[in-house]
Design a protein around this ligand. Structure first.
Ligand SMILES: [Zn+2]
Length: 174
């Protein structure tokens, strides 16, 4: 949604369809690395969108390579964009930076680990892409239903159960 808005606004402001297309790719298609991980690293064969979403929202991921979600790649592409004076690549970086910012905000709520370090490829490599070491192995609760799950995403099961349990304990009849 934010990508679509950013694309339309930039098209209106700059009149550059190339830059706007770059934003769309950087903001939205950057997540294809999740699909690449899912098939190659996680070796999952259930290719339906529901199975794919469940795998992530329920925190069943074992390895997180996520090549495109990397500061290092962004820096490299920024150099290339400057070198080639490429509007498409500059758009990709703008869309991708927005995407990464939102990922940091929303995924940061799901992990007790350092979310800023997480988006460094070198940092993930040093931890052998191990999901438990990088993101924590705390169970996640996915809301029921595909669209609820898609838009709301999971929440931390422990944090949730702690609040609910303490409420239950506090309100239990004595
Ligand atoms: Zn992402």
């Amino acid at each position: 949604m934010t990508t679509a808005i950013a694309g339309v606004v930039s098209l209106a402001a700059t009149g550059s369809a190339t830059f706007a297309a770059g934003i769309a790719v950087g903001g939205f298609l950057i997540d294809v690395d999740h699909i690449v991980d899912y098939v190659t690293v996680e070796r999952q064969r259930a290719l339906g969108p529901a199975a794919f979403l469940r795998h992530y929202t329920e925190g069943r991921t074992r390895r997180l390579v996520l090549a495109l979600h990397s500061y290092e790649l962004f820096a490299l592409l920024a150099l290339l964009a400057w070198w080639l004076e490429s509007a498409a690549l500059a758009g990709y970086l703008a869309g991708g930076a927005m995407h990464l910012g939102l990922d940091i905000v929303f995924n940061g709520r799901l992990t007790p680990k350092n979310i800023f370090a997480f988006y460094s490829f070198g940092y993930r490599l040093r931890h052998r892409f191990d999901a438990g070491a990088l993101f924590g192995s705390e169970p996640l609760l996915a809301p029921g239903g595909f669209w609820r799950s898609f838009f709301l995403g999971p929440r931390r099961a422990l944090a949730a159960s702690t609040v609910e349990d303490s409420y239950r304990i506090a309100s239990a009849p004595r």
